[in-house]
Design a binder for this molecule. Sequence first.
Ligand code: SF4
Length: 174
Amino acid sequence: MGIGGWLVLLAGAVLVAALLLLRGAGARRSQAGLPRGRVVYQDTTGEPARPLFSNRYRLTGRPDYVIQERGAVVPMEVKPGRTAQQPYDGDVLQLGAYCLLVEESEHRRPPHGYLRYADHTFQIPYTDELRTAVLDALDDIRHDLRARDVAPSHDDPARCRGCGLRDECGEALA
Ligand code: SF4
């Protein structure tokens, strides 16, 4: 075989390897439940990522991913231990807070965010209602931080059993 033939063979091998790599990356991506788009921020590598921060709302947080989709930048939070037909309200609120942080850093509102549970990815619209709920929750938290005594925000004994403040908390449910 002449040198031209070897070059054609080599080019073919490189092409096949590139396709296999692409397929592998695609499979890993879909296994992780990641939507299409470019990951521009990731807090899942073991090294803590620099938190997103809003001076205006005095809010900081680290979403698991920030993804650049077609024309939008959106956060994604992964809860691999959760299975549910509908996302939990608390998780939606947390994702809403990440949407607010992305809005602040990108100077435009993300249209939605993603919540990934064990076997399903929910696309959560970042509505005016969700944005307002996040701002209200921030106000409530600041108010509670100044209060002398705060009632538990849940009635779940399991949460108290795993809570590091249980010995000091006078409201523990378990
Ligand atoms: S022990 Fe107290 S602080 Fe901890 S989860 Fe229960 S109520 Fe909340």
